[in-house]
Design a protein around this ligand. Structure first.
Ligand code: CDP
Length: 236
């Protein structure tokens, strides 16, 4: 299967184009903060609870809040039904998500507390770790959790020898490389950087630059979603 034809990708995008993204802040009533995100074929709900007392006490840190991130893929979210419950992949993604978020949340303000970050993937089509972090960031802001910045994530990669932004499912499966990146957008400090596959140093630099460009675009959408919620709130 050809992934790039006449400079266009299988869904008609240019190499440096993002899939369509829709972000809604605060759709859940009972969560302290929430976000629903549609990004290409991905549909993701993020819900934040806390800060609250960490129980059992042995998980408490007397100097800061603990970030408890849980990435979960619904069994119906992928083509071959996924066995429900945690697996190695979801444990890995939960861990890297918590580590990325920990770097921007002012955890020292809440010693002995826990902040639960739940990410539910309802439909998956590549890039779900980036979509999960992006949604979790909006949910954290919606919950009023103090942060240095609102983190954002996006992947770039290589398909048919071309460096491209934001791989979709078939590009991820059949492509050459995938590079998910999360940043704190104001300083562009990197919070997450992973890579699958092979790229030359030059291709890596190009892919990283593209991923940063994607992050800048998505960061604007996150802020618009938050502003929209609080504007509606004010009007009510
Ligand atoms: O989603 P992300 O690209 O962050 O992570 P990945 O491990 O590279 O997975 C890429 C894609 O493979 C996912 O987004 C799903 O669409 C698909 N996948 C799947 O079909 N079945 C699984 N058990 C896990 C992933």
């Amino acid at each position: 299967m050809e992934l790039i034809k006449d400079g266009k990708r299988i869904d008609g995008r240019a190499p440096d184009e993002l899939r369509p993204i829709k972000i809604e802040a605060g759709p859940l009533y009972r969560a302290d903060g929430s976000c629903y995100l549609e990004w290409g074929g991905n549909k993701i709900m993020a819900a934040v609870y806390g800060p609250k007392e960490a129980i059992p006490r042995h998980i408490q840190d007397s100097t800061k809040a603990v970030i408890n991130a849980r990435y979960n893929m619904a069994s119906f979210s992928v083509e071959d039904r996924k066995r429900p419950g945690p697996d190695r992949r979801s444990q890995e993604i939960s861990k890297i998500t918590a580590e990325a978020l920990e770097n921007v949340i002012l955890t020292e303000m809440f010693p002995r507390a826990v902040i639960d970050v739940n990410i539910e993937v309802l439909d998956a089509d590549a890039g779900t770790r980036c979509a999960g972090i992006t949604a979790a960031a909006v949910a954290l802001a919606d919950a009023g959790i103090p942060m240095r910045d609102i983190p954002v994530a996006c992947a770039a990669g290589k398909v048919d020898g071309v460096v491209v932004l934001d791989l979709l499912g078939d590009e991820d499966k059949k492509g050459d490389a995938d590079l998910p990146v999360a940043i704190a957008p104001r300083s562009e400090e990197i919070l997450l950087l992973q890579m699958d596959g092979h790229m030359t140093v030059e291709e890596f630099d190009e892919a990283l630059e593209l991923a940063l460009k994607g992050c800048r675009e998505i960061s604007k959408l996150q802020k618009e979603a938050l502003l929209k919620k609080y504007k509606t709130f004010e009007e009510e």
